[in-house]
Write a protein that binds this ligand. Structure first.
Ligand code: ATP
Ligand code: MG
Ligand code: MG
Ligand code: MG
Length: 581
């Protein structure tokens, strides 16, 4: 039983000055967490209770899925991370430090290397696999913008697990088991979530899905199809190459009535006007990665042309200079297009913009930011032609393109129905890593035929501390937090009002009875605190049930309120325990 009279808690009336989002504001005001440094938080008794409840749910479901819990240090040696390249790849996000002898260490941002080496240390046969290990541990990432309180911490709690299998079918089974475990976890945590296709990022590997909790304050944007079950992080959206690029298709209406014959000279002029460049780089480089210009001839022939790969990062600018020198654009002649009607077909994003230039040329430019690359077909000499495109690096040959920025209403890549777009918080991420780490660290086992095979791995993360904030974010209302029963620090918040000793002893008795029935209670037994303050605190703290013991006691009744709905009803003192069960 928790008691407000002694609980280490001070609720605040005002929002903390640095709090941008609801969960941050409320968790600080309700005394669940306290900032220790930017992106670094202390858990106070109520918050710690919630965090441990989330951990318990995660443990139960990981254990149910057959994973075994271990616990690694957070302070890790450099060498394994050096071997996989992540010591440098992680960049500024990695906390690096030295010991007294000058040896390099890091604070673990995620533990693929360490798990791989541990399994290598102990296992050597296919008979030992499959294996899934997990831990719940503090992780360290020097986030560029630690914001929103515990939603994005620099120290945070993650459940990370790793699966080890001999073959692809095994990996798929381990991945599926994790996916199911995650669904059970997030269902129990009372989170509304969507499973979306994702890109693998710094983890490497191939297939990956994210669990996103839809809320306006989320930092991820995802699309969902209005008619099928397709959902993807916009970073991972693959859109079909649109009909407009298919010479056989009719294309959109505005292409049909294109006047005039484009000339390369005027095209270059237009490009320069739209994307002025300094030296060898486009100045529009901070907003563009690829630019596709579609030339439209009077007979309707359309020639999409990739004219540049400017980017917002240094590396892209280098690529631009190496691969797409502006001089090459200028070097095009109309003749080039006559001789090679399908010189380069590139397209980025699901739709091009139709614009008419001063010289009457209709050109289509899609200046949207893309993380991906252009789809290219029909090039006579792939990799050698005008802009030196390289398959895999510069384009994907499967008829789809990546688009970092999709728009509401864009066609679904599966069934063409309109996509809706929304924001969400990444609460979990599952990856099929494949053999990247096992290769780098030489994790091999003997297979049935006595042959050494490289193990294939999966890696799976739940943002445990972030989930606390995500739950708060999704369920809080105008007056405070609202916890689901399983996660709440207490299930019932009993408020004793007035000065009457009888009220306090009745409240005390009720708390004991509820506890004896297995319910966790928080008793507001403070003397000399007004009912108004107690009710406000109860609403702010967010236990699922609030029971008021006060004036009604004389008539043998208590008031039971459901925090989420605000519904109140009176119950007989004797029936109070049942009412909240
Ligand atoms: P994000 O895109 O939000 O930066 P991530 O993709 O870098 O997250 P992963 O490497 O996939 O994160 O880690 C697994 C999980 O750990 C994430 O799904 C998220 O729930 C959680 N997580 C990651 N970074 C943080 C952080 N800075 N604070 C709290 N939780 C985090
Ligand atoms: Mg990150
Ligand atoms: Mg992410
Ligand atoms: Mg992720």
């Amino acid at each position: 039983m928790l008691r407000m009279s002694t609980l280490f808690l001070r609720t605040l009336r005002d929002d903390p000055a640095d709090a941008e989002v609801v969960s941050h504001r409320l968790l600080v005001r309700a005394g669940y967490v306290r900032r220790a440094a930017p992106g670094i938080y202390t858990w106070l008794p109520l918050g710690w209770q919630v965090l441990r409840n989330v951990e318990r749910v995660v443990r139960e479901e990981m254990d149910r899925a057959g994973a075994q819990e271990v616990h690694f240090p957070a302070l890790l040696p450099r060498e394994p991370y050096e071997a996989t390249g992540r010591w440098t790849e992680y960049g500024d996000n990695l906390f690096r430090l030295q010991d007294r002898r000058g040896g390099d260490y890091l604070l673990g941002p995620t533990h693929e290397e360490m798990f791989t080496l541990l399994v290598k240390d102990l296992y050597s046969s296919y008979k030992d696999l499959p294996l899934s290990l997990y831990q719940i541990q503090n992780k360290y990432r020097d986030e560029a913008r630690p914001r929103a309180g515990i939603l994005r911490g620099r120290e945070f709690v993650m459940k990370d697990s790793y699966s080890f299998d001999v073959d692809d079918a095994g990996l798929q089974a381990s991945y599926d088991a994790h996916r199911v475990a995650y669904q059970r976890i997030f269902d129990r945590l009372g989170l509304d979530y969507v499973i979306v296709s994702a890109v693998s990022g710094a983890m490497g590997g191939s297939a990956s899905e994210e669990f996103l909790a839809p809320t306006g304050s989320g930092e991820d944007t995802f699309v969902r199809c209005t008619s099928c079950d397709y959902a993807a992080n916009t970073e991972a959206v693959r859109v079909p190459v649109p009909d407009a690029l298919d010479p056989a298709a009719t294309g959109p209406a505005h292409v049909e009535d294109t006047p005039g014959t484009p000339t390369i000279a005027s095209l270059v002029e237009l490009l320069q006007e739209r994307f002025p460049r300094t030296g060898r780089a486009w100045t529009a480089a901070d907003t563009l990665k690829n630019v596709v210009v579609m030339l439209v001839a009077p007979d309707g022939t359309r020639t999409p042309l990739v004219v540049g790969v400017p980017g917002d990062r240094e590396v892209d600018l280098k690529r631009l200079e190496a691969n797409v020198a502006p001089a090459e654009v200028e070097a095009f002649t109309e003749d080039d297009f006559t001789r090679h009607p399908a010189l380069v077909r590139g397209y980025i994003g699901p739709r091009a913009l139709g614009e008419e230039s001063a010289s009457g040329i209709r050109y289509l430019v899609d200046p949207r930011v893309v993380t991906g690359t252009a789809w290219v077909t029909g090039a006579d000499e792939p990799g050698k032609h005008v802009i030196d495109l390289v398959a895999g690096r510069d384009f994907t040959p499967d008829g789809t393109v990546e688009a970092a920025e999709v728009r509401e209403g864009d066609p679904c890549p599966v069934d063409g129905a309109p996509l809706t777009i929304a924001r969400g918080i990444e609460i979990g991420h599952i990856f099929q890593l494949g053999r990247k780490y096992a290769d780098a660290l030489e994790l091999k086992v003997l297979d049935q035929n006595g042959k050494q095979v490289v193990v294939t791995m999966g890696s799976y993360g739940v943002g445990v501390s972030r989930a606390v904030a995500a739950i708060a974010e999704q369920r809080a209302d105008g007056i405070g937090l609202v916890w689901p029963r399983e996660i709440a620090p207490a299930e019932v918040h009993i408020v004793a009002t007035g000065k009457d000793d009888a009220v306090f002893s009745a409240a005390e008795e009720l708390a004991r009875e509820l506890e004896s029935r297995g319910l966790r209670t928080l008793l507001d037994d403070r003397r000399g605190v007004s009912p108004g303050v107690k009710f406000k605190d109860a609403e702010l703290l967010g236990m699922p049930w609030i029971v008021v013991v006060g004036k009604g006691l004389a008539d043998g009744v208590l008031e039971v309120r459901e925090r989420a709905t605000g519904e109140k009803h009176e119950v007989a003192v004797e029936g109070a325990a049942q009412a909240v069960l």
